[in-house]
Design a protein around this ligand. Structure first.
Ligand SMILES: [Zn+2]
Length: 385
């Protein structure tokens, strides 16, 4: 086979794999029609993909009426991806099959943000995940790590203010320990990507995902693509200033949105108001559930600030969907109405029919799932190399 033919064959095989991966289950006839390849070419390449164990035959195709060939399904257990969500006060990791389904996961609270100790927890978690990967043809296809901070395109954490990590090359650090592909992303971008693929089935072209935990970040999908900005630092809206000379933020400046609209803000205010030692989000929610009016009012205020920032994002992006995710969704019933009312009364009339605000249905899995999805996408594009 000539070099040109080899390139052509690889390209065709890749196209068929991409198509089956995106559709999950297809007939040979659909591949011929959609990709425009000859029947014999498709038959040969499909046989190869089955031998590669990237696809499997599954069920009967009843659509053609003639001789019934079997349908083809992407083999979601051809390999497994690891996804890690580095929170500020938690660390979550999961093993996902190639369809994004969890086969094992682990959530732990991390008592320290001190880099060396935190890194040890991350390494231990990765080893735990590796031990729980089922046997498969491609084994571990890679590790996606989502970080609450600005990450450049080389996987270097430029700054993660709430962890107080700066200029840390986490990508190289992890590569020294593991030999599978590793991709580092910002947590909000990862969350947005997971919502886009798994909850919205790639149908929502313009979507914003708000990751609200100790900090606040925004993942931006524009025209079906993640918007990263020139260096990869997009979506740091948590540090958009909403108050002149306002509260001190962990980034060192004053009046940032996340200083008013985050788990950190809630903890700070509740602790101050109740003169308690530092409370957790769960404890504050319990107080609201017990009917503590001051705490209920505090959630309303946090909802007001979240809504105010979302209003600014609506003015900027005209998004179809805004999805609120990460730990704050535990407080949904105490903040939702206040968020919606604030947006309604601060947007202009022509904007009001065009957006929807939702709370993440992927819940605490979204960020790790998105991180792993970047790796799964890379694998699907390069399994023959
Ligand atoms: Zn800030």
């Amino acid at each position: 086979m000539s070099w040109n033919q080899q390139i052509g064959k690889k390209f065709n095989k890749q196209q068929i794999l991409n198509y089956i991966f995106s559709k999950r289950i297809v007939s040979r006839g659909e591949i011929i029609e959609e990709i425009g390849l000859k029947k014999a070419t498709v038959a040969n390449l499909v046989t190869e993909l089955i031998e590669d164990r990237l696809i499997v035959e599954d069920g009967k195709d009843f659509s053609t009426g003639g001789r019934r060939s079997r349908l083809l399904r992407f083999n979601e257990t051809a390999g497994f991806a690891l996804g890690i969500d580095i929170g500020v006060n938690y660390l979550y990791g999961a093993v996902f099959n190639l369809k994004g389904e969890i086969v094992f996961d682990n959530l732990q609270l991390v008592p320290t943000i001190q880099l060396d100790a935190y890194l040890k927890s991350i390494l231990d978690l990765i080893k735990l995940l590796m031990e729980n990967v089922p046997p498969s043809p491609f084994s571990i296809v890679g590790l996606g790590v989502a970080v609450p901070g600005s990450v450049n395109k080389d996987g270097v954490i430029i700054i993660a203010p709430n962890l107080r990590w700066e200029n840390f090359d986490i990508s190289s650090y992890l590569r020294d320990h593991f030999d599978f592909p590793i991709y580092i992303s910002n947590e909000a971008n990862a969350g947005a990507y997971a919502e886009y693929i798994f909850e919205n089935n790639k149908e929502t072209s313009n979507l914003l995902y708000l990751s609200i935990g100790i900090g606040l970040g925004v993942g931006i999908i524009i025209d079906h693509n993640i918007y990263l900005g020139v260096n990869g630092y997009s979506g740091e809206s948590g540090h958009a200033i909403i108050h002149m000379n306002g509260r001190k933020c962990t980034c060192g400046r004053n009046g940032c949105w996340e200083a008013y609209a985050s788990e950190y803000a809630l903890i700070h205010d509740a602790t101050y108001m109740l003169k308690e030692r530092e409370l957790t989000l769960e404890q504050i929610i319990t107080l609201a559930e017990e009917g503590n009016e001051d705490v209920i009012q505090l959630f309303k205020e946090t909802g007001y600030y979240i809504g105010l920032g979302i209003t600014n994002l609506i003015q900027t992006f005209n998004p179809e969907k805004i999805i609120i995710g990460n730990r704050i969704i535990k407080a949904q019933k105490f903040i939702e109405q206040s968020i919606l009312d604030t947006i309604h009364s601060n947007t202009m009339h022509f904007q009001r029919d065009n957006y929807s605000v939702q709370f993440s249905k992927l819940k605490d899995r979204a960020i790790a799932l998105g991180a792993a999805s970047f790796i799964i996408d890379q694998f699907i594009q390069l399994p023959f190399d």
